[in-house]
Design a protein around this ligand. Structure first.
Ligand code: OGA
Ligand code: MN
Length: 335
């Protein structure tokens, strides 16, 4: 409980490990479900906070996927808004060249990795229309689907189908504006949120923008599940908490895997070369991955997205005025 600091009463959540084969969770780099420390918050039914359930060393794999693999084409990222697909190809390779050649001291032009703000996976979220569309879909990463499926099952949602992902890349001065994730068509399915790197302050609000929020820290490895009535609550990330000098990476990220990976494991070991770049990046950054099921099982998209849009609230058309800025920066945010 020490890991989460909240103004309202926290209670321990009993998760159900029955639907999950323990061997399976360890393949995704997770501890046995019975060892997870999961909490609920009085007043927020359906909200579950899991304190870093990852096995020592396994976060490194997920971090590497977020920095090296998921920004690759055909996934979509903020840099695509300004640059050609040739320029935004191989963001990792182009960045590490610079990082290794001359370092990234102050005054150096920023690498593409440092300019990355968001990546979308699966059904690519359209920041302007605030919709997903069947016409803009690329395969969702299998390993992230599998991780999400296991976490959701442990939280009482078997059969979770990860169809869309939004990765947010936070530098130490980034923030994320207040919003509700309501574009998915099936709100009975949970929204999963995975955090890596520097700690963030997370504000969980109410059903109205002005409702007083509850603040908590999200540390590296922590997972949040927003389900039931909490699925549609306002929330925001007002700031990233800078690591104290000399202690730039959370200790759980410095750990190496305790056992050799097996061929059929989902997670794979990360080379020292790759980890050097990841740890350099995370010394001043945070990566958050939200995974969403967009459609109910068997559901299809409505014939025209226009009919979906016509149900939108005035708040959304109001926000449409800021289209350009938002498509570049993702959610309303400062950097
Ligand atoms: C989101 C989101 C929160 C976070 O991507 O929808 O709310 O912790 N992210 O970064
Ligand atoms: Mn959100």
């Amino acid at each position: 409980m020490a890991n989460i600091y909240v103004g309202r009463q926290v209670f321990t959540c009993e998760l159900n490990s029955a639907p999950i084969i323990e061997e399976d969770v360890s393949k995704a780099g997770l501890r046995p479900v019975k060892d997870w420390r999961a909490f609920g918050l009085h007043g927020y039914p359906g909200f579950i906070f899991i304190c870093n359930p990852f096995l020592p060393g396994s976060q490194q794999y997920w971090v590497k996927q977020c920095l090296k693999i998921y920004p690759r084409k055909p996934n979509v990222c903020n840099l695509d808004m300004h640059m050609s697909s040739v320029e935004t190809e191989n963001i990792w390779e182009k960045s590490i060249d610079v990082i290794r050649r001359k370092g990234c001291g102050k005054g150096e032009p920023k690498t593409l990795l440092e300019k990355l703000r968001w990546v979308t996976l699966g059904y690519h979220y359209d920041w302007n229309s605030k919709t997903y569309s069947p016409d803009h879909y690329t395969p969702f990463p299998k390993e992230l689907h599998s991780l999400s499926h296991k976490v959701a099952a442990a939280c009482g949602f078997p059969g979770f189908n990860a169809e869309a992902g939004i990765l947010n890349y936070y530098r130490s001065d980034s923030s994320l504006g207040i919003h509700v994730d309501e574009s998915e068509l099936d709100h009975t399915r949970p929204l999963l949120s995975f955090s890596f790197g520097q700690t963030a302050v997370f504000l969980l609000g109410g059903t109205k923008r002005e409702d007083r929020p509850t603040a908590m820290f999200m540390n590296s490895g922590d997972i949040m599940v927003m389900s039931g009535p909490s699925r549609l609550l306002y929330h925001a990330v007002p700031c990233i908490v800078s690591a104290p000098a000399g202690n730039m990476l959370p200790p759980c990220l410095g750990q190496r895997l305790e056992t050799e990976v097996q061929d059929d494991d989902i997670i794979q070991s990360v080379s020292e070369e790759d980890w050097d770049v990841c740890s350099w990046y995370l010394q001043t950054s945070r990566v958050n991955v939200t995974v969403r099921q967009v459609l109910a099982s068997g559901q299809t998209f409505p014939d025209s997205q226009a009919s979906h849009l016509s149900t939108d609230s005035c708040e959304k058309s109001e926000e449409g005025k800021n289209k350009k800025r938002k498509s570049e920066s993702g959610y309303e945010r400062d950097t």
